[in-house]
Design a protein around this ligand. Structure first.
Ligand code: NAD
Length: 337
């Protein structure tokens, strides 16, 4: 069977975990949500190129960034493109290393990935949009984990006309704040309980949480999360969800605090107050590897309509929103074998 060739944008936290995972799951399936999707295991995924703009990363090898030895350790980190204000943590390492849009497209044409996986920093909206355009031009499908809006109606048509997929936007972790919140609302609704008010406050300690603290990015993420959660109830209720604070001591962990008030028989009050602690980068990787394998399967059958199901399964802000239970079922019906 053909390998699935991916190129990664942004050699940060999630990318490092993804590389480690692809190596680890050559010999194990422990911890995988779906060991096989569309007939593919993780062993079938290979990395053809990696791009970044951080001067401390570009020009080095993957093996210098991550502590585990992997099949990809000797892969050079290539310069990407940058169209936004550089995140402070990257800027402190010196002048960014980037190339022009045309040079980047040529590099993609040379490394020939089937999927360009966008894992760059939050808040780099214009860069993400440019990367999507470059993917289209170079003839590869695009997977956007960032909150930039790339999977728009126009882009969907353009990718489809070239028999490619654009999947996005804003990765929904396997068991992160949003998925858990949606699951709880769905369960209450199914049990006939009426949710009245809810909030979710997130605290994280990694680089991405720090980038999300910029007011505009934070507001955008809050809106995406709130809208994503609202879909689970057939009525509207007062809800707020978002990345709220950066606390360095949490490292790659994230703590989500939930509070919900709901009404039952005779208007009785049900109040829920709980917290969930997870690890950010590992929480995203099952969803990434599932989506890529599913997309490869659908593309090989020229079934581009499956992009809607994959995006609803994998992202908080997909072109077509589905209930959390529905999209998992539709995804598994289509790709589990
Ligand atoms: N579970 C999760 O971790 C999760 C969930 C949802 C969304 N996401 C999104 O995934 C993305 C990656 O998250 P992360 O924790 O790995 O972030 P990170 O900050 O650890 O890594 C981002 C990397 O992108 C690089 N970068 C910045 N601008 C770039 C550009 N123009 N071109 C190439 N590289 C660039 C940075 O130098 C850095 O190496 C973020 O946008 C995040 O919001 C992650």
């Amino acid at each position: 069977m053909d390998k699935i060739k991916i190129a990664i944008l942004g050699m940060g936290n999630v990318a490092s975990t993804l590389v480690k995972g692809i190596e680890f799951y050559k010999n194990s399936t422990e911890g995988l949500w779906h060991p096989k999707i569309g007939g593919f295991s993780l062993y079938d995924i290979t990395i053809s190129a990696v791009y970044d703009i951080d001067p401390s990363k570009v020009g080095t090898k993957i093996g210098q960034i991550i502590d585990h030895r992997t099949e990809f350790s000797e892969l050079n980190i290539l310069p990407g493109i940058s169209e936004d204000v550089t995140p402070a943590r990257v800027a402190k390492n010196g002048q960014i290393k980037s190339v022009s849009y045309d040079e980047f497209v040529n590099s993609l044409k040379k490394t020939k990935p089937e999927f360009l996986v966008n894992l760059i920093s939050s808040g780099m909206e214009k860069s993400s949009e440019k990367y999507a355009k470059a993917a289209l031009e170079a003839g590869c499908s695009f997977f956007n984990a960032t909150s930039a809006k790339t999977a728009t109606g126009q882009a969907l048509k353009e990718f489809q006309s070239k028999e490619l997929m654009i999947l996005g936007d804003d990765l929904m972790s396997q068991f992160g704040g949003t998925a858990f919140h949606r699951g709880m609302i769905e369960f209450m609704t199914n049990r006939g309980i009426k949710v009245q008010k809810a909030y979710q406050l997130d605290v994280g300690g990694n680089q991405d949480t720090m980038n999300t603290m910029a007011e505009e990015t934070r507001e955008k993420k809050r809106q995406i999360k709130t809208e994503s959660i609202a879909i689970e109830a057939p009525y509207s209720f007062r809800s707020t969800a978002g990345t709220t604070e950066y606390a360095e001591q949490l490292g790659d962990s994230r703590v989500s605090y939930y509070w919900m008030e709901a009404k039952g028989f005779l208007n009785s009050t049900i109040e829920m107050d709980l917290s969930l602690k997870t690890n950010d980068s590992t929480n995203g990787c099952n969803v990434i590897v599932d989506s890529i394998r599913a997309a490869k399967n659908a593309l090989s059958k020229k079934d581009l309509t499956k992009a809607d199901v994959i995006s609803a399964y994998a992202f908080k802000n997909p072109p077509k929103k589905m209930h959390i239970r529905e999209c998992i079922k539709a995804f598994e019906d289509a790709f589990l074998n």
